[in-house]
Write a protein that binds this ligand. Structure first.
Ligand code: AMP
Ligand code: TRP
Length: 330
């Protein structure tokens, strides 16, 4: 079997530079080396209440973003999670071998549950099992994600190993692919927190892929800085380190080159240059987003769902068979 990658992003809020540098960018880089599946995980999105109309719009917008960052639908499969009932169905099977205590340990659940207070849904608790199902359905080898998904990947591996042990070899055990640089882009407003689309208060610290040039300039201009004036990579100074990391990833220059370039210059120059480099990347990208027509998009998503179903359907059938779920139709 070919080596596979699978990854996904939730169609909620706005996609930001952290999503791009931590995840999407690596999908594009890996897609020709692996058989690739990129999912719009709308079933994950509804673990927090969503306005239906907005969710539907954001789902299509995210598909356009996938295409515009360079996912090639001729070589990769783009799918909408809710198009395939296999994802939800496998989740039930895996729920029955996952322990409450494992899910209670998930830091993302604890963080999100704190924000939801008394309205914590069962779906939010079960989120990691749905994610494991996404990955395991495709016999995935590698899952390119940002650092925040590491714990979910470890749980996915544990679930796969347990299922294989109890019911016979069924799932390939996947590995996380977390980039060396860019796995955790920090907020420009608070460099001790990750750049995040869900955090309303940190909107100013989050550069959206669909922000216009003036907004991008303003956000970089107001970026928090540390004490000290020297422009160099320094892990003890999170603000400068974050700005330089973004600079490094967008320009593909080496840290040495960048430090030489900024020798004797100040923060304001770094921020101004970074804003222009980001805009140079975003403008053609945004143009591509707006050029993708609706019919073409429908076609791509339909073809993606059909291709995905061949694999997901076969894996689910095998898992059911191995568990002894045999009835009149199987
Ligand atoms: P989400 O926005 O939670 O749907 O995340 C989509 C992808 O972007 C996942 O692979 C995350 O790990 C990644 N990601 C989200 N925020 C960041 C960040 N601040 N830095 C790097 N990667 C991120
Ligand atoms: N939980 C991931 C996130 O918030 C999104 C996701 C859902 C995912 N299913 C996945 C990522 C499968 C990789 C593989 O970022």
């Amino acid at each position: 079997m070919p080596k596979r990658i699978f990854s996904g992003v939730q169609p909620t809020g706005n996609i930001h530079l952290g999503n791009y540098l931590g995840a999407l960018r690596n999908w594009v880089a890996l897609q020709r080396e692996y058989e690739s599946f990129f999912c719009i995980v709308n079933l994950h999105a509804i673990t927090i209440a969503q306005d239906p109309e907005t969710l539907a719009e954001k789902t299509r917008e995210l598909a356009r973003i996938y295409l515009a960052v360079g996912i090639d639908p001729e070589v990769s499969t783009i799918l909408v999670q809710s198009d395939l009932s296999e994802h939800a169905e496998l989740t039930w099977l895996l729920n029955c071998i996952t322990r409450m205590s494992e899910l209670e340990r998930m830091t993302q659940f604890k963080d999100k549950a704190r924000k939801q207070q008394e309205n914590v849904g069962v779906g939010l608790f079960d989120y990691p099992v749905l994610m494991a199902s996404d990955i395991l359905l495709y016999q995935t080898d590698l899952v390119p994600v940002g650092e925040d998904q590491k714990q979910h990947l470890e749980l996915t591996r544990d679930i796969a190993i347990r299922f294989n042990r109890d019911y016979g070899e069924t799932f390939r055990v996947p590995e996380a692919f977390i980039p060396q640089v860019g796995a955790r882009i920090m907020s420009l407003a608070d460099p001790t927190k990750k750049m995040s689309k869900s955090d309303e208060e940190s909107e100013a610290g989050c550069v959206m892929l669909l922000d216009d040039a003036d907004v991008v300039r303003r956000k970089f201009k107001r970026a928090v800085t540390d004490s000290g004036t020297e422009i160099r990579f320094d892990s003890t100074r999170p603000a400068i380190n974050n700005l330089l990391t973004i600079y490094q990833l967008l320009t593909q220059k080496s840290p040495e080159e960048i430090e030489i370039h900024f020798a004797g210059k100040g923060y304001s120059q770094l921020k101004a240059e970074l804003a222009e480099i980001t805009i140079e990347f975003l403008q053609p990208f945004q143009e591509r987003v707006s050029r993708i027509d609706d019919d073409k998009l429908d076609e791509i998503l339909k073809a993606g769902a059909a291709r995905a179903q061949l694999i997901a359907g076969a894996t689910l059938a095998q898992a059911k068979h191995n568990m002894g779920l045999i009835g009149a139709r199987s």
